[in-house]
Write a protein of this length. Structure first.
Length: 387
């Protein structure tokens, strides 16, 4: 029996090169999309089905997928608290996020393992779905550490990653690391062969060092422009190489703080919509008042929309994903459809979950956002109203 029907006059499927469809309905049964069309057929018009009708000013789009998020709403993934994770999962639909990667920070191996074990064994009910883990650090370069605590930085280790992958029961989906560090190429090779995205970040690598990593499977750059060797006319660095190489997708924090708006536009024009991934990189303070919070055991001051350490280093963001969509359009000049694709279809493709996420198509999870004038009106996670 159909449980839910959403109908209205405007829908974006989230697929590349798609425009808004006029007059639509989407039918949901047991959390999956069962039908998509223009006119509701008679066999679906029963009194037992809940029907949600969108206003003419509203639009139905796929739920957002955040592949880089440390926390928000008072929660940090490193708390390794089931109660905290539940609060994060049930708060993220406020910004339209229906699935995400729980992201760690450079800490002791014991702390990281506690989080890996917790997430791997967490019951994924209610709210936004945890699609796996993003391990950011500790295999990074201290020269480009940013807000990552230097005390716990380690050289890349395949043995350590093998252990973590076992503990995670295969839920590690992305690792941010510096491939130029000792054993960096071996780690790149291991990650790519185990379907884990090797993402260069907090790295001081040169063009030649990145080329070597590309041959081993490097395929992404973490929060482009931040925590990496910058572009220079005599050495492309991480920024220049990531922009140049077609095989590298780029994460973008479109808050106007981590990247100047015109540099967001520059990155988008160079890489194109299909290679950009909108992320928040948000931390505990997202959704809360200004004040002092912690990130990886370090005090973070949140003021005027910025989260910074005492030395002025940016310490994650307080960016909600719906604002990232609006900012991306405003900064780059991209269309709404293109911005939505960067937060839905592209990350789903990167995570190899396109069979069930990333667009509004029959057979996929019923993850939807009702959108109006830059705001999230309602969010549905697998057909359940979460906002």
């Amino acid at each position: 029996m159909t449980e839910l029907i959403l109908k209205g006059t405007r829908m974006l499927s989230g697929l590349p090169n798609q425009t808004s469809d006029d007059s639509f309905y989407v039918a949901v049964n047991q959390g999956k999309i069962t039908e998509v069309g223009h006119t509701i057929p008679s066999h679906l018009q029963t009194g037992k089905t809940k029907v949600v009708t969108l206003e003419k000013s509203q639009q139905l789009i796929p739920g957002f997928i955040d592949i880089h998020i440390h926390g928000g709403y008072g929660v940090d993934v490193m708390d390794h608290s089931d109660k905290g994770l539940h609060h994060l999962k049930t708060s993220l639909p406020k910004e339209g996020t229906t699935s995400f990667l729980a992201t760690t920070i450079t800490q002791s191996t014991e702390s990281i393992e506690q989080v890996i074990t917790q997430v791997a064994n967490y019951s994924n009910y209610n709210g936004s779905e945890i699609l796996g883990l993003h391990i950011e650090g500790p295999f990074i370069n201290e020269v480009r550490k940013g807000a990552q605590p230097a005390t716990y930085i380690l050289d890349p280790s395949v043995n350590q990653m093998e252990r973590w992958n076992r503990l995670s029961k295969g839920t590690i989906k992305q690792v941010t690391y510096a491939p130029e560090r000792p054993n960096g190429l071996a780690l790149t090779d291991y990650l790519s062969k185990h379907n884990i995205t090797p993402s260069i970040g907090h790295s001081d690598a040169t063009f030649a060092e990145i080329e070597a990593a590309l041959e081993k499977g490097l395929s992404q750059a973490t929060h482009l422009f931040n925590g990496m060797r910058p572009l220079h006319h005599r050495e492309p660095g991480v920024v220049g190489t990531a922009l140049l190489m077609d095989g590298i997708d780029v994460e973008l924090i479109a808050d106007g703080i981590h990247i100047h708006p015109q540099m967001v536009q520059f990155a988008w024009k160079v890489k194109g919509t299909n290679r950009c991934l909108l992320i928040t990189d948000s931390m505990r303070a997202k959704g809360l008042a200004e004040g002092t919070y912690d990130l990886g055991g370090q005090d973070v001051e949140v003021k005027d929309g910025q989260a910074t350490l005492a030395d002025g280093s940016l310490a994650g963001s307080i960016l909600p994903m719906n604002d990232a969509i609006v900012n991306m359009m405003r900064f780059s000049g991209c269309t709404f459809a293109e911005a939505v694709q960067m937060a839905t279809y592209n990350p789903a493709k990167k995570l190899n979950v396109l069979k069930r996420k990333g667009s509004i198509e029959v057979g996929k999870d019923a993850d939807f956002v009702i959108w109006e004038d830059g705001k999230v009106i309602q969010t549905f996670c697998k057909g359940h109203e979460c906002l």
